[in-house]
Design a protein around this ligand. Structure first.
Ligand SMILES: Nc1ncnc2c1ncn2[C@@H]1O[C@H](COP(=O)(O)OP(=O)(O)O)[C@@H](O)[C@H]1O
Ligand SMILES: [Mg+2]
Length: 290
């Protein structure tokens, strides 16, 4: 059995490699930036350093933001050849926008903070009277808390968006007064591994692990489990980091991450998602073969 990990060589990748090798399987790691596509009579192939990328059995897609189109073309090709791809969703049902997430989450009957997106940033004045301040403004492609701002009044919001050209889009979202959010880890669509609470970073309003948020283990009750699994199902992800915030006696879905990092989660909960991801991938491969 041969695995290919597509993504950066992070600690998470190292965890995956270790788990794959423990099971006696082979593994290579490539960055999607290295992909070279060949279109020749009768053959469409993808290579990295002359190595044919169609020769593996299981593909773990772990990082592709800046090469999404090529990664999607690659993933769709792999699925057409009956390969195991995690997450295969990237090939056929994925729009990289927090707006798409909002649409799917609401349709699943879950709570999402009140949000507005203006396609033309200059038109925010049309909706500004309907907003409750403060608001949080997030780039639709954002991650790890980058590029997020909080605005206390209309003028600051209008001025901020006036400087942005329309190639950048933003969610304008009700700011929830919270002391942090919880990250629930889901693997294999149906298995909730556990959860941790991440506290807002002192002097900030964000609680991303990458910003050094303090965290602790958080018990998963039936309600959290149900919301996490429905979020994962709504997005059609096989592996997900579901972020929830408790406000006004309700759980709100803040974000569903399709390629979640887990170093903080592993350290806090003693649960290693790599183990579960690799087991799930092998099970899927064996089912596929039959
Ligand atoms: N509506 C909100 N109200 C209060 N805090 C929020 C809200 N949305 C996000 N946050 C905080 O900002 C952090 C980053 O927001 P998120 O939507 O997860 O974007 P990113 O993809 O950059 O992580 C969250 O972890 C949370 O702590
Ligand atoms: Mg987040």
């Amino acid at each position: 059995m041969k695995f290919l990990i597509v993504g950066p060589k992070t600690e998470n990748t190292k965890d995956l490699i270790l788990e794959i090798k423990k099971r006696g399987a082979l593994v290579d790691v490539v960055s999607p930036k290295e992909f070279v596509f060949f279109v020749e009579q009768g053959e469409f192939s993808v290579k990295v350093r002359k190595k044919n990328l169609l020769e593996y059995d299981i593909y773990l897609l772990r990082g592709y933001n800046k090469t999404l189109t090529e990664t999607r073309i690659f993933a769709e090709l792999l699925l057409s050849k009956g390969k195991v791809v995690i997450d295969g969703t990237v090939a056929f049902d994925y729009i990289p926008s927090k707006l798409y997430e909002a649409s799917k989450i609401l349709r699943a009957g879950l709570n999402y903070p009140k949000t507005v997106l203006v396609t033309d940033n200059k038109r925010v004045e049309e909706v500004v009277n309907e907003l409750e301040f403060p608001v949080i403004v997030k780039p639709i492609y954002g991650q790890q808390g980058q590029g997020i701002n909080k605005f206390n009044n209309k003028i600051d919001l209008i001025n901020f968006l006036a400087q942005k050209d329309n190639s950048e889009k933003f969610l304008i979202q009700k700011f929830l007064e919270i002391d942090g959010d919880i990250r629930v880890f889901v693997v294999g669509r149906r298995m909730v591994l556990g959860a941790m609470k991440r506290f807002v970073v002192p002097g900030d309003f964000r609680s991303n692990a990458s910003l050094g948020a303090r965290a602790e283990s958080f018990p998963v009750d039936e309600e959290i489990e149900d919301i996490a699994l429905r979020s994962c199902e709504a997005m059609n992800y096989e592996v997900a980091g579901v972020d929830l915030a408790r406000f006004d006696k309700k759980w709100y879905v803040i974000e569903v991450n399709s390629t979640p990092q887990w170093q903080k989660f592993k350290g806090i909960t003693n649960i290693n998602p790599a183990q579960e991801i690799v087991s799930y991938a092998i099970k899927k491969y064996e089912k596929n073969k039959r």
